[in-house]
Design a binder for this molecule. Structure first.
Ligand code: NDP
Length: 277
């Protein structure tokens, strides 16, 4: 049985969620996107990750429709644009997001990436939103160790860092993952199936997948979930992908599998700049 990650304050958080980038961009795809998210919720992928950026609010509207009538069973994550992340701007942006999702509270609200607004101003806005009950927790995204250190005392309140993490982007293993683990701060892995691209055709993934009677994407997801401090948020609009991703939670990789994957996708041996999409 996989251990459930917890936020630094002890709040449990689902290990496997659903991404929403590129949802809400096309009216004709909308019903299928809503259905995909609902199917994912039914299958236990109860964390939904979205952002005001996705479809310029369209993805948050899709999420609102998908979770209507079932808000209580969902752990909702959204993100503020860096250019909206000022003291007043982040509060206003969050209120717009809440309206689009037709909810009163976001469970976790993240700074999407660092921009020109000082981190301290964004933290002030996040704390004000928390006091007002509009968000339960806050965190950051695309931040490296030095950015997290810059938070100073506020780092103790930061619930997560959402970063690019997959077999083909392992740089964060060098220092960011250990830094967060030491602080009992889970990391959220975005693009865990390599956006459905080339990574899934790698022979090391094919080999491990065949050992488990699974697909390469399922192995890629199971790999991100292997240590209990990472939350994985694959995005899937195709119901077959949704079903496959939900089942990935039940795959436990063996030591041999990890050796095969390390041989195919070399772990980092030195510090690299944080990769982001
Ligand atoms: P993912 O790695 O989740 O890949 C999504 C793509 O892979 C889609 O085209 C999807 O197809 C396909 N796919 C999903 N499941 C499978 C499967 N089982 N087999 C084969 N193909 C599959 O990439 P994302 O970039 O979307 O990352 C996931 C989420 O992370 C985003 O949606 C977003 O919520 C978040 N994110 C955050 C960022 C940040 O800066 N904080 C940056 C990027 C992403 P289909 O949709 O047709 O099912």
């Amino acid at each position: 049985m996989r251990t459930m990650p917890t936020l630094p304050d002890g709040t449990p958080i689902p290990p496997l969620g659903q991404g929403t980038w590129h949802m809400g961009e096309n009216a004709r795809a909308r019903a299928a996107e809503v259905d995909a998210l609902r199917l994912g919720l039914d299958l236990g992928m109860t964390l939904i990750d979205t952002a005001e950026m996705y479809g310029e609010g369209g993805a948050e509207e899709v999420v609102g429709e998908a979770i209507a009538g079932r808000r209580d069973g969902v752990f909702l994550v959204s993100k503020v644009y860096p250019h909206n992340a000022s003291r007043r701007g982040a509060v206003a942006a969050c209120e717009r997001s809440l309206k689009r999702m037709r909810v009163e509270t976001v469970d976790l609200y993240l700074l999407h990436w660092r921009g020109s607004v000082p981190l301290a101003d964004t933290v002030e806005a996040f704390e004000a939103l928390r006091r007002a009950g509009k968000i339960r927790h806050w965190g950051v995204s695309n931040c490296d160790v030095d950015d997290l250190e810059e938070l100073g005392a506020a780092l103790a309140e930061c619930a997560t860092d959402q970063v690019l993490y997959s077999l083909e982007h392992r740089g964060v293993e060098f220092d960011l993952l250990p830094f967060c683990a030491q602080r009992r701060m889970p990391v959220m892995a975005y693009s865990p199936v390599g956006q459905g691209g080339r990574m899934l055709r790698h022979k090391a993934l094919a080999e491990v997948a065949s050992r488990h009677g699974a697909t390469p994407a399922q192995i890629a997801i199971a790999w991100t979930l292997r240590d209990g401090n990472v939350i994985s948020i694959p995005k899937a609009a195709d119901p077959a992908h949704v079903r496959a991703n939900a089942a990935a939670r039940d795959i436990t990789l063996t030591k041999d599998d990890l050796v095969t994957l390390d041989a195919g996708f070399t772990p980092p041996v030195r510090k690299r700049g944080l990769a982001m999409l």
